[in-house]
Design a protein around this ligand. Sequence first.
Ligand code: PEP
Length: 252
Amino acid sequence: MRHKLVVGNWKMYGSLEKNWALLSALVEGLRDCRNANFAVCVPHPYLYQAQTLLRGSNIAWGGQNMNQHEAGAFTGSVAPHMLEDFGCSYVIIGHSERRGPCQETDPIIAAKYVAAINNGMKPILCLGEKLEEHEAGLTHEVVARQLDAIIHQEGAHSLAKAVLAYEPVWAIGTGRAASPHKAQAVHAFIRNRVAGHDRGVAAKLRILYGGSVRVANAAQLLSMPDIDGALVGNASLVAEQFIAICRVANSL
Ligand code: PEP
């Protein structure tokens, strides 16, 4: 039995004041939800605030990115152990907003993935195809390449310490989510590919769906047998919406 997991990705939004209101509302609104897991991935400067407000609640927190090195002359970067210092349980790795504009390659993402695990955090590894790849029917090929980059370097057993997120790039921030059946088909493909290496790990692996998850589509998406939760961008910034999505997960 895989517990559903809903993770908010705040991206580069927030302020001390807004975060205080949002986090306080989440703690209150999810207090009685014990059947699913919840987390928010916040901008680095707000980790201390998240840690302070969420400690002792049923909501975990994490980072949205990090450097793969432990220390060094990497101006502007944040090391894995720094996230660990602030109690992060999760870190998003390989989000399309980093693969694309920030030119993070599969090897860089694999290095960050292993650094997260070595520092006691669960990487939330994002996989997903761009619109032109989707239209060319290359979804499975792209997702397989991104997944294999990790499996070949770290082994499928490492996925026991990770979470995957299938995030079709064309669905992120567009209001155009993948249909539940199409998303399910990709999730099943991912799980089968992992099962080809390690059936036990595949059975327990949580594969989240991300891309325009809203209150209106959450129940249908999260009811699919291989969709184990959601990675939520825009809707995670509005307390009532994120709480409602989390409560859907909790009810399934
Ligand atoms: C995301 O940022 O990972 C995401 C899925 O965003 P949105 O929910 O806004 O599409």
